[in-house]
Design a protein around this ligand. Structure first.
Ligand code: GCU
Length: 385
């Protein structure tokens, strides 16, 4: 939890020397400071059918599921949520058997990027369908080129990242060398996000949101030694710019009458849990899949404008043949155990409710499994009077 406030990285832009990050004429002093949690919520709410860029779904590199879409969440800003496979390519030596000494894009000195030093994301290198517009998100059609800045969100964290490499060769069964596939980033990106970073055993299946800022003013300059710092120095400016441009444009997801919706993926999970998108019908960009063990939980941040007793409506799915009882606690105090009966399958969602006291401002709702199966998959918590 605590993620929202801790993430307001008040780092000034690094400018004024040859290697410094690019300044943004277009992104002149945004007066409002936006937190990572606020911007991610706006991105999720702007990721709708109406803003979808791709006509055919992308392949999630980690899971191979064809369920990744790219959305235009603001003018020139494109977002997708997927897993993350680990790219070890570039100038840093690495024992990974897939390691290649080159990356598609280079630093400002013409050196291959180093996957252990530079947080970079990977996109396909051509339009496999040979159509224009490409039925998938193909970067060349969207004003993007090498070292294009992106915000990457995962599990309450945000980092700056750059477009550094394209997919590995077509002769590898693990990868399609084209824009059909999405969801790979460098060792350094994984380390900064708290994702296992080994090229052979690392990565995460779902829950990583990449928000790419197109256009030349968002290309990051620098060398292998300072590209990471230069990218991180742009994070707060990017949050403010995107936050400001999404302000007032955001179609709200539909909470129950009089209610306010809080997505599970804005929260945190106990060890072994993941934020997934491999089933249908969830809202936002993912749902919580807490670990299958007694005591595993998801913490969901919930805000209230005033203190008082409220109804929490928890949207969940349990596609097994056994209920998944879980204890609901608010700010560390147990408010009882709910049964979470089975649903038809993992694509079907149902609601359970409980009445709890909330305080004004930030609260944490914890859902803790009481059986060895852990809690059900959790999509969201709605708060109503
Ligand atoms: C399946 C399902 C998951 C679910 C898990 C469970 O693997 O795909 O979404 O969380 O079962 O039993 O908890």
């Amino acid at each position: 939890m605590a993620a929202a406030s801790a993430l307001a990285l008040a780092i000034p832009l690094a400018v004024g020397n040859a290697d410094a990050a690019t300044t943004h004429a277009a992104a002149a002093p945004a007066s409002t400071t936006y937190t990572a949690a606020e911007v991610l919520a706006g991105v999720q709410q702007n990721s709708t059918d109406a803003t979808k860029v791709n006509a055919k779904p992308h392949i999630n590199t980690m899971t191979r599921a064809q369920n990744v879409n790219v959305y235009q969440v603001a003018s020139g800003v494109y977002a997708y949520t997927s897993g993350m496979a680990i790219d070890t390519d570039g100038s840093d030596p690495d024992p990974d058997p897939d390691h290649q000494g080159e990356t598609t894009w280079e630093d400002s000195n013409g050196n291959a990027l180093g996957a252990h030093h530079v947080p970079f994301y990977v996109l396909g290198d051509d339009c496999w369908d040979r159509k224009s517009p490409c039925p998938h998100f193909f970067y060349e059609e969207h004003g993007m080129s090498g070292r294009q800045f992106a915000l990457m969100f995962y599990n309450g964290k945000v980092i700056g990242s750059i477009f550094g490499d394209t997919q590995t060769a077509n002769d590898q069964t693990t990868s399609d060398n084209d824009s059909r596939e999405l969801g790979e980033a460098s060792v350094k990106a994984a380390q900064l996000l708290g994702i296992p970073s080994s090229g052979t055993t690392g990565g995460v299946d779902n829950g990583v949101t990449v928000v790419m800022f197109s256009g030349p003013s968002w290309v990051v300059n620098g060398s292998n030694s300072n590209l990471n710092n230069n990218a991180q120095a742009m994070v707060q400016n990017a949050l403010n710019t995107l936050g400001a441009s999404m302000e007032g444009t955001t179609p709200p997801t539909t909470p129950p009458a009089g209610g306010t919706l809080f997505e599970a993926e804005t929260g945190t999970l106990s060890s072994g849990g993941t934020f997934d998108s491999n089933h249908e019908g969830f809202t936002g960009s993912a749902f919580a899949n807490p670990a299958n063990t007694t005591g595993s939980y998801v913490d969901i941040p919930v805000t209230a404008s005033a203190a008082g007793t409220r109804t929490l409506t928890i949207r969940y799915s349990d596609g097994t043949d056994a209920a998944r009882p879980a204890t609901i606690s608010v700010n560390g105090t147990s408010r009882g155990t709910l049964n979470f009966p089975v649903t038809d399958d993992w694509d079907t969602w149902s609601d359970v409710s409980v009445s709890v006291p909330l305080k004004a401002g930030a609260n944490t709702v914890r859902i803790t499994g009481t059986t060895s199966n852990g809690p059900a998959n959790i999509d969201s918590v709605s708060v109503s009077q």
